[in-house]
Design a protein around this ligand. Structure first.
Ligand SMILES: *Cc1c(COP(=O)(O)O)cnc(C)c1O
Length: 429
């Protein structure tokens, strides 16, 4: 960082000089890691462009239809492009899928029938899924409500316990589900190779079981995606990695054609499936976002590395560790106290483009088990590929940092959050 920038940050953005020095020093140490990330980014960029070219994406695909949405050529192409990028036969990519949770709920409830069992192979799933499944509170319409049974296999030392997974599979098990990303836990994301080992073991012994991967936050972190290593169906959110910060809303499901058709029947209606549903003029931004996604995802990962390095240097436990292969964009930091989590998130909020003046407070978010504090001030509401952070108010008080559409913005997030902790006397430099 040159003198010009340093002075600017001190004078106009209220960052203490000691904080700037500390972050600059950490940055020098992580720069050598960037070239590996650039290699992955380059591959994924070419993969996305090839899928657009292969499907002859054209300017007329950005027009949109009305009513039932029959013959929305653009919508159909977007789905073919997603299918090609993620190496599935078929895809469902819709702005009307409200979130990642919705995409996962559609997938599970589209495939599972009364009497079937859902087995989670990666321990307790992401918070919002507890209500989808029905293990936390009795939400009307949960899977359990519809007669689906549920079991999960705990992790062993934060790794998948393949033997226990195999032992847990029963005749009634229909879906074996894996969560790639950390979620609100203290484990790192599972790499595609680790998923490959576990999924191969399941498929070798039980070829008829359906393997689902919750791919939220994992897209474009590696060269391979879960369908390439044996998963049958994946789901995720467009306001995370694959929307590239531009998608206005939406979710995706990619997998085998028969399975995606079942999911589409749940989204619309049996008999309508994928053939209906408006895109409301979102096709252009969905495609432009997918085009930018490999680049933006890596900007976020570089930001996560910087964040991780700074707090590691300060002596905090971080997940993932600096040398871990990253398979999601999240950097978890065990901040140990509620106050630190809160001040950290306030610093991230203050670094935002939109609503930078707002002060976040912990609240009972729908779908979450504990109070959660969320710092989010993006162009797209709730978009967590944009600079954001959150922390459930429970021990051991982790803050989860993710996103940043540009590395520079991530760096500002690091500076602002550290500055906040520093001036409040919650850390010493
Ligand atoms: C974000 C996330 C979800 C849910 O996505 P929403 O879009 O917030 O509903 C599910 N699983 C994982 C692992 C996630 O990171």
């Amino acid at each position: 960082m040159n003198e010009f920038t340093r002075n600017y940050l001190c004078k106009h953005m209220g960052i203490n000089e000691a904080v700037i020095d500390y972050v600059s020093y950490s940055e020098d140490e992580i720069k050598p890691h960037f070239s590996e990330l650039d290699t992955i980014r380059e591959f994924n960029q070419f993969k996305v462009i090839e899928a657009m070219q292969f499907n002859r994406l054209s300017s007329t695909d950005f027009y949109w239809t009305t009513g039932y949405g029959y013959g929305d050529v653009g919508r159909e192409k977007i789905e073919s492009i997603f299918a090609r990028v993620f190496r599935g036969e078929s895809a469902l990519v819709r702005p009307a899928i409200a979130s990642g949770t919705h995409a996962l709920n559609l997938t599970l409830s589209g495939i599972l029938r009364p009497g079937d069992q859902l087995l989670y192979a990666t321990g307790k799933p992401y918070d919002t899924l507890l209500k989808v499944i029905g293990t936390k509170g009795s939400m009307g319409g949960s899977l359990i409500d519809y007669g689906v049974s549920y079991k999960e296999v705990p992790l062993k030392n934060n790794l998948m316990d393949i033997e226990a997974i195999l032992d847990s599979i029963e005749d009634s098990t229909k879906i074996v589900a894996f969560q790639r990303s950390t979620g609100y836990s203290d484990r790192r994301a599972f790499t595609v190779s680790e998923l490959e080992e576990a999924i191969s073991a399941v498929k070798n012994r039980f070829p008829e079981k359906i393997v689902m991967v919750d791919n939220c936050y994992g897209e474009f972190l590696e060269e391979r995606e879960p369908l390439e290593i044996g998963a049958d169906i994946i789901a995720g959110s467009l306001i995370k990695n694959p929307g590239g910060g531009l998608a206005l809303s939406g979710g995706y499901v990619v997998g085998g054609e028969d399975l995606v058709d079942l999911v589409a029947n749940r989204l619309t209606a049996p008999g309508l499936g994928k053939d209906t549903g408006l895109t409301f003029g979102t096709n252009r931004t969905t495609m432009q976002g997918l085009f930018l996604a490999p680049h933006i995802t890596m900007e976020a990962v570089k930001g996560a590395l910087l964040m991780g390095k700074v707090y590691k240097n300060l002596g905090f436990k971080i997940v993932p560790e600096l040398d871990d292969i990253r398979s999601d964009i999240i950097q978890g930091i065990e901040l140990q106290t509620e106050e630190r989590v809160s001040e950290f998130c306030k610093g991230i909020q203050a670094a935002s483009t939109v609503d930078s003046y707002v002060i976040p407070e912990a609240w009972d978010m729908p779908g979450y088990a504990d109070k959660v504090i969320m710092a989010a001030g993006g162009f797209i509401e709730g978009s967590s590929i944009e600079l954001s952070a959150d922390g459930p108010m429970r021990e051991p008080y982790y803050a989860y940092f993710q996103g940043g559409l540009t590395y520079d913005h991530c760096k500002l997030g690091v500076l602002k959050s550290l500055n906040n902790l520093y001036v409040k006397g919650l850390i010493t430099l």
